[in-house]
Design a protein around this ligand. Structure first.
Ligand SMILES: C[S@@+](CC[C@H](N)C(=O)[O-])C[C@H]1O[C@@H](n2cnc3c(N)ncnc32)[C@H](O)[C@@H]1O
Length: 177
């Protein structure tokens, strides 16, 4: 199932366009490829798109985007200047079917995928690399903040959008200096 670009996608896309010029970019959970396409359009040096979903990888490849099937960064080699992720960030809704919850739910609590992602992404960040990630007001934050501290990373909220039921944020994450 491929995620139809939505408010979170467009909020992140705008930030990607500002930070990608001349950068090597990794788009995690690329889905339709909206972030990867934005990075290519706005002058990224190199873009790799990854997704756990085979259908998404097929579509990305068909669009001419360099793409790889990967559970988070497990199949990724090398370092990147910019790592983008619009993750599944909501707590599990038991009424939602499995296929759909794979693109919306970050786990039972909602932060599990992000916690795992941060650990893996840190290892694949180049020296002055940055991470751009979307979070919702519905995503539990305390373990994420703790994980950032453990990894010596700092965050800044660089974009926000208020929706009916939640508020979306884009976090810029980088190494503490
Ligand atoms: C909210 S969608 C975002 C899609 C697109 N990047 C966008 O901004 O519209 C989340 C994407 O993450 C992918 N995904 C979920 N779990 C993943 C994992 N463990 N590893 C890689 N991709 C994953 C889903 O297949 C889906 O394409």
């Amino acid at each position: 199932m491929i995620y139809e670009p939505s408010d979170d996608s467009y909020l992140l896309k705008k930030e990607v366009s500002k930070f990608c010029k001349g950068k090597t970019v990794l788009d995690v959970g690329s889905g339709s490829g909206i972030q990867a396409e934005s990075a290519i359009e706005f002058g990224a040096k190199e873009v790799l798109a990854i997704d756990i979903d085979s259908e998404a990888v097929k579509l990305l490849t068909k669009k001419g985007i360099s793409a790889l099937k990967s559970d988070l960064l497990s199949n990724v080699k090398g370092k990147f200047d910019l790592i983008i992720f619009n993750p599944p960030y909501l707590p599990l809704d038991k009424m939602e079917d499995r296929e759909s919850s794979r693109i919306t739910s970050g786990g039972e609590a909602g932060d599990e995928i992000i916690l795992r992602f941060l650990k893996e992404a840190k290892k694949s960040l180049s020296a002055k690399g940055i991470i751009l990630i979307v979070l919702s007001s519905l995503t539990p934050k305390s373990r994420i903040i703790k994980r950032l501290k453990e990894l010596d990373l700092k965050k800044e909220v660089i974009a926000e959008k208020k929706l009916f039921m939640e508020k979306l944020e884009v976090w810029k994450i980088e190494a503490k200096v």
